[in-house]
Design a protein around this ligand. Structure first.
Ligand code: OGA
Ligand code: ZN
Length: 372
């Protein structure tokens, strides 16, 4: 994240007017300034938690003076309130784009130039500190929606260690860290077969679909079984450009996903393309295998099928598929809110260990190593 410095703070037209050294400006009402003060009565800098009682602040609070020294804005108030402080810790995130790296969309797999890192290098050092391989690996995940390692040890404990380095293993019907193999089949799900799986996201049946998942290959014989990735953000951008009406439909229609097995009946619904409050694509949710029945009145249903088919066509354009056969010791981590994954049909023995993690824990790790 590139954070500009504060270059000036003044009283302008009844607001606090802040200028940053990259030319950005911010006008802040006085009430907001008092509510966000970093003085130690109002705020705990260690936790970032607010201690001031927002609802006791005078809505008409007015300043006596404003100054800027050592990068900190100080506001003294006309009444009894303590002097308020504002620093870049509070203001920086308001004027910086913490997704700046994330938008390296790739339609052409040749543009997804993630570099496979040696496991030992990624896993050494503190998990909260930048280091060459760890930073490069996380940056790939952030830029391209996936990241690669090689020469990994391949037990379930190793898979657990990788998950621990980022955040927490998500426990689901598949367990915590789990093994995926067509020979030991604990679930009837299509993932445990040997057929081709077209690109999809996992957890369409979960209200909070896993943000990350990984495959650590421990055994491999036979042919086929290549892993496939598609950048869902790039696919959504292509749809938005080529067929804005279809894009709009897929951002508005909730599609249900379900998972059924003995004693389990999971169901959730979300739009295929979920936007954030600014209109940026935040999450792709698509799994035609797991789609549950739903119906719309005509002509909306036909329009939805057309839009869904247009997106399907973009996703299944094989020239946009990133394809790699994972061999023992290879590990593929992917952002399940962004990249769709699939696999080619295969023969032979193919054993992967994997786990799901939360998206917010990836985002947290990216911040602690100063990538985002
Ligand atoms: C899955 C899945 C792909 C593979 O487990 O969710 O899609 O490579 N597996 O077997
Ligand atoms: Zn899957």
């Amino acid at each position: 994240m590139v954070v500009p410095r504060i270059s000036a703070a003044d009283i302008v037209d009844g607001h606090l007017h802040i200028t940053f050294d990259d030319g950005q400006r911010l006008d802040l009402p006085w009430f907001w300034v008092r509510d966000h003060s970093e003085d130690l009565q109002s705020f705990d800098p260690a936790t970032g938690q607010r201690n001031v009682d927002t609802f006791s602040i005078d809505r008409a609070i007015r300043p006596e003076s404003v100054s800027l020294a050592d990068g900190v804005i100080r506001v003294s108030w006309a009444g009894d309130d303590p002097e308020s402080l504002l620093s870049l810790a509070t203001l920086g995130p308001l004027v910086s784009d913490d997704r700046s790296i994330r938008q390296r969309r790739w339609r052409d797999p040749a543009d997804a130039t993630a570099t496979s890192q040696p496991w030992a290098d990624v896993m050494s050092g503190a998990k909260t500190e930048p280091s060459d391989a760890w930073t490069a690996w996380l940056a790939d995940l952030d830029r391209y929606g996936f990241a690669l390692m090689h020469d990994a040890p391949t037990t379930l404990d190793d898979a657990q260690a990788l998950a621990d380095r980022i955040g927490y293993v998500r426990h689901t019907i598949f367990g915590g860290v789990y093994t995926l193999s067509a020979e030991e089949v604990p679930h009837a799900d299509s993932a445990y077969g040997t057929d081709t799986l077209l690109p999809h996201t996992d957890g369409t049946y979960s209200h909070d679909a896993p943000g990350l998942q990984f495959f650590l290959c421990s055994e491999r014989t036979g042919t086929g079984g290549e892993s496939v990735l598609v950048d869902g953000f790039a696919a959504a951008a292509a749809l938005r450009e080529g067929d804005p009406d279809a894009f709009d439909i897929l951002t508005r229609v909730d599609v249900p996903g379900r998972y059924l097995e003995d004693g389990v009946s999971l169901l959730s619904r979300r739009p295929t393309i979920r936007l954030d409050a600014t209109g940026e694509v935040e999450q792709i949710t698509v799994n035609n295998y797991d789609r549950a029945p739903f119906v719309l009145p005509e002509p909306d249903l036909s329009a939805w099928y057309d839009a869904y088919a247009a997106f399907h066509e973009i996703i299944n354009d094989r020239s946009s598929w990133w394809i790699m056969r994972l061999e023992p010791g290879d590990c593929l981590m992917l952002d399940n809110w962004r990249c769709l994954h699939g696999r080619m049909g295969f023969s032979g023995r193919r054993v992967f260990h994997g786990a799901y993690l939360n998206h917010e824990d990836l985002e947290s790790r990216l911040r602690t190593v100063q990538i985002a």
